[in-house]
Design a protein. Structure first.
Length: 167
């Protein structure tokens, strides 16, 4: 399936983090009225995108949407997708929020991953049996390849939520 050029540009901007999913949805809806009505391929994907985003919003969950080659969207980095950022989200039960987005170019350049994690996030990750120090043994593209599949979701009994993923 092919997307009109405008849809592809919107998905590219979404993948690069220049716009939010809601902004992308609004832009696609506006384009729906100005592009060919006979071609429903773009509209059906926009509708699927909107419904998955609405479902996530209803559940109170933040989602990472990645643009894959060919214009499709997915929830995790597949073999064809090169992640650009490491995203760390922490929502504690006492109201503290952490939202960190680390460019993977910095990781490639040798930034130690543990230096960007808040201490409470490190503790929660360690409690779940994940040893981030093993990532320190990897370098460059090997590290990026390991991070590509990374998805950490921690929901503690006291209400703290930690999410770590690549986008």
């Amino acid at each position: 399936m092919t997307f009109p050029k405008e849809y592809r540009q919107i998905l590219d901007m979404l993948g690069e983090g220049k716009i939010t999913a809601e902004e992308a949805q609004r832009l696609m809806e506006k384009l729906g009225g100005s592009t060919q009505r006979g071609s429903d391929a773009g509209r059906s994907d926009a509708g699927a995108f909107a419904s998955s985003e609405e479902a996530a919003a209803d559940a109170g969950v933040r989602t990472a949407v990645l643009v894959q080659p060919g214009g499709g969207t997915g929830s995790s980095g597949g073999k064809g997708t090169m992640p650009k950022y490491l995203r760390i989200l922490v929502n504690s039960s006492d109201g503290d929020e952490v939202n960190i987005r680390v460019p993977l170019q910095l990781v490639r350049a040798g930034l130690k991953l543990s230096t960007v994690l808040p201490n409470d996030a490190k503790e929660k990750i360690t409690e779940k049996g994940i040893d981030l120090s093993k990532l320190g043994e990897l370098e460059g593209e090997a590290l990026i390849e390991a991070l590509r599949e990374l998805s950490v979701d921690v929901d503690s009994s006291d209400g703290d939520v930690v999410r770590i993923f690549c986008e």
